[in-house]
Design a protein. Structure first.
Length: 377
C-alpha cells in the first residue's frame, strides 16, 4: 500500500514538472479506492508511438450475493445459520460497492463541466443496473476526435480520459445479484525524446541494479535457481491455442509477442527463481523492492522503450509482466515476470531475440527446442 502512494506521488511530481498534472479529483477518487482496500493497477509506458509517456490506473469492482449450494445432508438449522451470516457479509460488501459507485458518479458529474467532452448514461429497472460514464480532456486547444458506438464513447486524441462501466443483474438460478464495474483513467505526459533518440533497453544495467535485492532470497532454504533456454526456429509449427484445464488457462506453447508476417522465430534465455510458499513475507518484500527499483529505473531512462505494470498482488496462475523492456530497431526484449501458484512463487528474468514463446511446462524444463522437451532431473 505504501508503494502505491509513493508511486502516485512520483507520477504527480513528474507530470507537474512537465506542466501536465492529472486531474486532482480523479487522483482523489483513486486514493479513496485504495482506502476502501481495493487494488488500483498502475501501468506506465513510453511505447504509444508518439512523444509521450502514458500513465494508466485501473480498478475492478466485483461482488455477488448468490446463495451457496447445500448438500441434502445439511440440516435446516445449519442452512439458516450460514445464510444469515452470509447475508450480513453480503450486505456490508454491497454497501461498500455502492459507496464507491456513488463517489464515481459524483466525481464524473462534477468534472463534466471542466472536461472537453463528457458522457453519463444510466439505466435502472428492477434488479438491473447499467452505468456508462466517460470524460476527456483535450491536448491544449486541439479538438477531440470522438467515436460513439451505441452507449460507448472513444477518444482518439485526448490528453486525459476517464471511464467507468458498471453492470448489475439478478441470477435467478443462484438467487442473487451479480455486480461488476471497471474504472480506467489514463493521462499522457509529454516527452522531449523522439523516436530517433530512443535507445535499446539496457538489460545488463537493469539486472545489475536489481541483483542486491535478490541476494537475501538466494539464501533461503528451498529456493531454486535455474537457467532458461527456449528456442523456436523458422518453419516449426506449434499449437498456440488455449485449452481449459480445471478452470485454468493452459497452453502447449504461448507466443507472448508478435511481429506480423515474419518467421515467428525466437530464442529466450534467462534465469528462473522458485521460492517455496512458506516464504510469503519475504517474497512480498522482494516484490515491492523490485517494483521500486523498476519504477525508479524507467523514470531515469525515458529513452529506453518499456511497459511497466504494477498490481497490488502478485499475479496468480498466469505469469504477469512487472516490466517489459521493448525491442528497438531489432534489439532484444526483456521480461520480468511474476506468478504464484499452490507450490509457491516464480520469477522469470528473460531476454528474447525475436518472439517470446513460453512452453506450458516451463516450471520443469531444462530446455525447449522446437517442441523437444528436456526436463530437469
Amino acid at each position: 500500500m505504501k508503494n502505491l502512494f509513493t508511486c502516485m506521488l512520483l507520477v504527480a511530481l513528474c507530470l507537474t514538472a512537465q506542466g501536465q498534472k492529472p486531474n486532482e479529483r480523479l487522483l482523489q477518487l483513486e486514493d479513496y479506492f485504495r482506502q476502501q482496500g481495493r487494488g488500483v493497477n498502475h501501468t506506465q509506458s513510453n511505447s504509444q508511438g508518439k512523444e509521450s509517456i502514458r500513465h494508466t490506473f485501473r480498478a475492478i469492482f466485483s461482488e455477488n450475493t448468490m446463495q451457496p449450494f447445500f448438500s441434502q445432508e445439511v440440516s435446516e438449522e445449519v442452512r439458516q445459520h450460514v445464510l444469515s451470516k452470509q447475508d450480513s457479509i453480503f450486505s456490508a460488501r454491497t454497501q461498500k460497492l455502492e459507496r464507491a459507485v456513488d463517489s464515481i458518479r459524483v466525481t464524473f458529474a462534477l468534472l463534466g463541466k471542466q472536461a472537453a467532452e463528457s458522457y453519463m448514461y444510466e439505466y435502472h429497472k428492477e434488479a438491473t443496473d447499467t452505468i456508462k460514464y466517460s470524460l476527456a480532456f483535450r491536448q491544449e486547444d486541439d479538438s477531440l476526435h470522438t467515436t460513439r458506438i451505441k452507449n460507448n464513447v472513444f477518444f482518439s486524441n485526448a490528453r486525459e480520459v476517464a471511464s467507468f462501466d458498471y453492470y448489475k443483474h439478478y441470477d435467478a438460478q443462484r438467487k442473487g445479484d451479480i455486480m461488476f464495474g471497471n474504472y480506467v483513467h489514463w493521462c499522457d505526459e509529454p516527452s522531449d525524446i523522439t523516436y530517433d533518440e530512443m535507445k535499446p533497453f539496457d538489460i545488463a544495467a537493469f539486472e545489475a541494479l536489481i541483483q542486491p535485492a535478490l541476494k537475501p532470497v538466494k539464501k533461503l532454504k528451498g529456493v531454486k535457481i535455474y537457467p532458461v533456454y527456449w528456442r523456436h526456429d523458422k518453419g516449426f509449427d506449434d499449437n498456440v491455442a488455449g485449452t481449459q484445464n480445471g478452470g485454468n488457462l493452459c497452453f502447449k506453447n504461448t507466443r507472448f509477442s508478435s511481429y506480423g508476417d515474419n518467421d515467428h522465430t525466437g530464442l529466450t534465455t534467462g534465469t528462473y527463481y522458485f521460492i517455496p510458499k512458506q516464504y510469503e513475507k519475504e517474497t512480498e518484500t522482494l516484490y515491492h523492492q523490485l517494483d521500486s527499483l523498476t519504477y525508479d529505473y524507467i523514470n531515469r531512462h525515458p529513452e529506453q522503450p518499456y511497459e511497466y505494470d504494477f498490481t497490488t498482488r502478485i499475479p496468480v496462475l498466469n505469469p504477469g509482466d512487472l516490466l517489459w523492456g521493448l525491442s528497438y530497431e531489432g534489439s532484444a526484449e526483456y521480461n520480468l515476470k511474476w506468478v504464484q501458484d499452490s507450490d509457491g512463487y516464480h520469477i522469470l528474468f528473460l531476454t528474447t531475440k525475436g518472439e517470446l514463446w513460453m512452453p506450458e511446462d516451463w516450471r520443469k524444463l531444462k530446455s525447449y527446442v522446437n517442441g523437444k522437451l528436456e526436463y530437469r532431473k
